[in-house]
Write a protein that binds this ligand. Structure first.
Ligand code: ATP
Ligand code: MG
Length: 391
């Protein structure tokens, strides 16, 4: 029944003079996701509205689900578009729409008209009243409720006429590309894919880095991370995944530093390396899936000790989330099932029985002195030999 969609985009509307930047980014991303859907689509921008029109046959379900992955969209409204051929023609179109959507339905309704075309011969109140009356006559199951209608029928009088009553929720957020690029520390766990999704949702392009420690972590563990990156990329667009061979660095820390500080020192090296990649590739910030208190390396003193080596901002969107809430999002974005596959990650292999939970920055810095010299070579080598996978 529907050949077109009206796209509602919330926050962009308030961006003043820069509004077109956000709208253009939104349209660009919509084109990108729709290119993967069966059908030919035309996207038009008109008077603060964005419409998607399908030319010929198209896959309705796929179209909706693609648009539901476009950040910045708050609502997708399947619409009937008609030329303005006078009120009688409009009235017929509206009744035909109601028959197809609500035949035999018992509910309340309200007509809400927006008269953007100021030359339309009736005002919006008159259109509401007249259409409401005709619907009442023809649909015995429908009654009017102007406060809390079950069906809110929108009529927009523009250069063409737009009829809709259904708003399918979009993901919200801001269009990709409106806030630069950041690098996600992506492990095989539940949290980091969610963290990447959340920051991307605010308009940030995402690249990723994974610290791989063969033979302690298997090829399967790496494939799992690639798989997760692919799932996140359905929302965030292409991801460049940097795979760092972390084995030598990890072993060296293991040999030279107190065992209970191993995790913290390792995490400081992850941050340093991620930061270097960020600076080399034009990323403005780091993103992690850390959450206060989740594990020993995520107590507040541990986070402070890790953060001590960071010059760039570190975004931790899950910082105050409970695991349960993170899992809910992971399920929604379809990363959860992959995340719980049981492949070891490089942190678990070397983890101490009793890691420090209240590390002191000074003490950690002092412990790291044992690594001086050689570790810088190892970091340089790890960066030079990194593998880059385009996801
Ligand atoms: P996750 O579900 O993201 O793995 P986690 O609860 O297992 O989280 P940690 O292992 O302590 O937490 O890691 C905290 C954060 O550090 C992760 O969310 C991720 O951003 C980053 N991280 C941990 N291990 C790696 C790795 N091997 N490669 C890249 N980033 C990592
Ligand atoms: Mg992890």
């Amino acid at each position: 029944m529907f050949q077109a969609f009206l796209i509602k985009y919330g926050e962009i509307g308030v961006k003043g003079k820069n509004r077109y930047v956000f709208e253009d980014a939104l349209v660009a991303r919509m084109k990108q996701v729709l290119s993967g859907v069966d059908g030919t689509f035309r996207i038009t921008k008109e008077q603060g509205r964005i419409y998607v029109e399908a030319e010929g046959a198209f896959d309705y379900e796929e179209t909706i689900s693609a648009l539901q992955r476009v950040f910045g969209i708050v609502g997708i409204c399947p619409v009937v578009l008609a030329e303005d051929q006078g009120f009688e023609a409009l009235s017929e179109d509206v009744l035909a729409y109601m028959h197809r959507m609500y035949e035999g339905v018992t509910d309340t309704f309200k007509v809400h008209t927006r008269r953007a075309n100021k030359r339309y011969p009736m005002d919006s109140m008159e259109v509401n009243a007249e259409l409401g009356g005709r619907i009442l006559e023809e649909f015995p199951g429908l009654t009017v409720d102007v406060h809390k209608p079950g069906i809110l029928l929108h009529i927009e009088l523009r250069s063409q006429i737009c009829i809709y009553s259904e708003v399918i929720p979009g993901p919200g957020g801001m269009p990709l590309g409106t806030n630069g690029r950041s690098i996600l520390l992506l492990s095989g766990g539940i949290d980091s894919p969610v963290a990447g999704y959340m920051v991307a949702k605010r308009g940030v392009y995402i690249d990723a880095v994974y610290f791989h420690a063969p033979p302690y972590t298997s090829e399967r563990a790496k494939e799992k991370v690639v798989e997760l990156a692919k799932k996140v990329a359905r929302y965030t667009g292409d991801i460049r995944l940097h795979v760092i061979n972390f084995t030598d660095i990890q072993m060296y820390i293991y040999d030279q530093c107190p065992k209970d500080e191993l995790t913290i020192i390792m995490r400081r090296y992850m941050m340093r390396i991620a930061q270097q990649i960020a600076e080399d590739t034009g990323c403005l910030a780091l993103i992690t899936g850390e959450s206060i208190g989740q594990v020993a390396s995520q107590t507040v003193p541990s986070l402070a000790a890790t953060n001590d080596v960071c010059r760039l901002p570190v975004f931790r969107p899950l910082i105050a989330f409970d695991k349960e809430d993170i899992v809910t999002i992971a399920k929604k974005i379809d990363t959860y099932e992959t995340s719980i596959l049981p492949y070891e990650d490089c942190c678990t292999t070397f983890v101490a029985k009793h890691p420090v939970t209240k590390p002191q920055v000074e003490r950690i810095r002092w412990s790291e002195k044992a690594l001086a010299g050689k570790i810088d070579e190892m970091v340089k080598e790890a960066l030079e030999t990194k593998e880059v996978i385009q996801v």
